[in-house]
Design a protein around this ligand. Structure first.
Ligand SMILES: [Zn+2]
Length: 119
């Protein structure tokens, strides 16, 4: 059944491209990177927000889909102060772009907090 609204169509296209990019990231990394560029273009043109898991698994510089052990590495970097939590440093092996994400034990993202309730 085709989607009823344009937004649904864009979301399904982005989802399809993301899944396709994840499938071909090992065999055809350039194709995966191209899919990442298309995902970024669609989300920019349609002003659609990407899911946080999708956003975190894409390189901002080269638009590659990051898969641990294939084209990315991650490590925890300790902070100078003991009280501060370590940061997770993600390195893209395609373009050597580094991004760091804060970690906090027990902290959940906003998207994780919203729960579906069935009444
Ligand atoms: Zn990259």
């Amino acid at each position: 059944m085709p989607p009823k609204h344009k937004a649904d169509e864009h979301a399904s296209r982005i989802n399809y491209l993301f899944q396709a990019a994840q499938q071909v990231v090992q065999s055809a990394p350039m194709l995966s990177q191209h899919y990442g560029e298309i995902i970024t273009l669609i989300s920019e043109k349609t002003v659609a927000k990407l899911d946080y898991t999708m956003k975190r698994s894409m390189c901002k510089k080269c638009k590659a889909i990051l898969v641990p052990g294939v084209n990315m590495s991650y490590r925890l970097r300790k902070r100078k102060h003991r009280k501060c939590n370590p940061t997770m440093v993600i390195t893209c092996k395609c373009c050597n772009e580094v991004k760091s994400l804060p970690t906090q034990p027990g902290r959940k993202l906003k998207a994780e907090l919203t729960t579906a309730t069935i009444s």
